[in-house]
Ligand binder design. Structure first.
Ligand code: CUA
Length: 315
């Protein structure tokens, strides 16, 4: 059953969330208490000392030692409690246990990829085992992004040219949203991924299946999968409408104008080149904002994308 407390916070699904929640509620309760003390006191004095015809002269007392010690000591103790408690939780959040499973997280405009120890790259979906510490090594291929999983109470910036670390241990099976929480350009709000928590044996099975499923699949189906999973769909439509990038519908074997005034016929080589070196030939009317997929897509996956674009031709 949902309590009032649950209603205030997102779902709690990691070992660190109860600790983060407890200190948050403590600070919130202290703030609420002082809010009432200050506001009630203020209203009381405003009424008591409002402008009146016959206002008594104030006394010559200019301080009260006992009162001043009390209003210094109590907040000091409260703030020290907040600091020490908060710092301990911060340390717990910062230092990943030694037996953590390591997963590389890469942010780039505008999607996330997750690289497993065996080299498998999962786009858009981070699958992790239950009750097992997971250490994420986070980086970015372009601008600053930030990984945020509210259910785990973790948030860490993704910076280009260096690694940052966040870790968590999931305590609940299920699917949880992962957000980009640092404004990173046009499709920042669409830079979403999911975290899926599975029991350990199912996690191993998933990794095994996922690592092998990309081989030998039907090229068009593979391309369609990549279109969604590598987030091509945030910039390229398949219905002919123009988004940040040109649509994929009916472009196969057509002649297209480029921004330098020349033109190109959309064939295997042009698509391959555009996937690996997107800045080389930019279609007229578009900006060169596409990231390179070098190292992210395998050869058969690039072939899959080509086959998929081919299949988007109205016969
Ligand atoms: Cu990536 Cu916002």
């Amino acid at each position: 059953m949902k309590t009032f407390i649950d209603w205030l916070m997102p779902e709690s699904a990691s070992t660190i969330s109860p600790q983060v929640d407890a200190i948050t509620y403590f600070i919130f309760a202290v703030s609420l208490l002082f809010f009432f003390i200050i506001v009630v006191g203020m209203i009381h004095f405003v009424i008591k000392y409002r402008r009146q015809e016959k206002l008594e002269k104030t006394s010559g007392v200019d301080h009260n030692t006992a009162l001043e010690i009390v209003w210094t000591a109590i907040p000091t103790v409260l703030l020290v409690v907040m600091f020490v408690w908060g710092f301990r939780v911060y340390l717990d959040m910062s230092i990943a246990p030694k037996d953590s499973l390591e997963i590389k997280v890469t942010g780039q405009k505008w999607f996330w990829t997750f690289t497993y120890p065996n080299g498998y790259v999962s786009p858009g979906e981070l699958v992790v085992p239950l009750n097992q510490p997971v250490k994420t090594l986070i980086s970015s291929k372009d601008v600053i992004h930030s990984m945020f999983v509210p259910a785990f109470r973790i948030k860490m910036d993704a910076l280009p040219n260096r690694y940052t670390v966040a870790w968590f241990e999931a305590t609940k099976e299920g699917t949880f949203p992962l957000y980009c929480t640092e404004y990173c350009g046009t499709s920042h709000s669409k830079m979403l991924a999911t975290v899926k928590v599975l029991p350990y044996d199912q996690y191993l099975k998933w990794l095994d299946d996922a690592s092998s499923s990309m081989d030998g699949a039907d090229p068009v189906a593979l391309g369609e999968k990549i279109y969604a999973r590598n987030a091509c769909n945030t910039c390229h439509s398949i219905d002919g409408s123009s988004m940040i990038g040109p649509s994929w519908r009916n472009i196969w074997s057509s002649s297209q104008n480029l921004s330098d005034g020349s033109s190109v016929v959309v064939d295997e080589n042009y698509i391959r080149e555009s996937i690996l070196y997107p800045q080389k030939k930019i279609r007229a009317g578009y900006q060169g904002v596409m990231p390179s997929y070098q190292g992210l897509l395998k050869e058969n996956e690039i072939e899959g994308v080509i086959a998929y674009i081919k299949s988007l031709e109205d016969k």
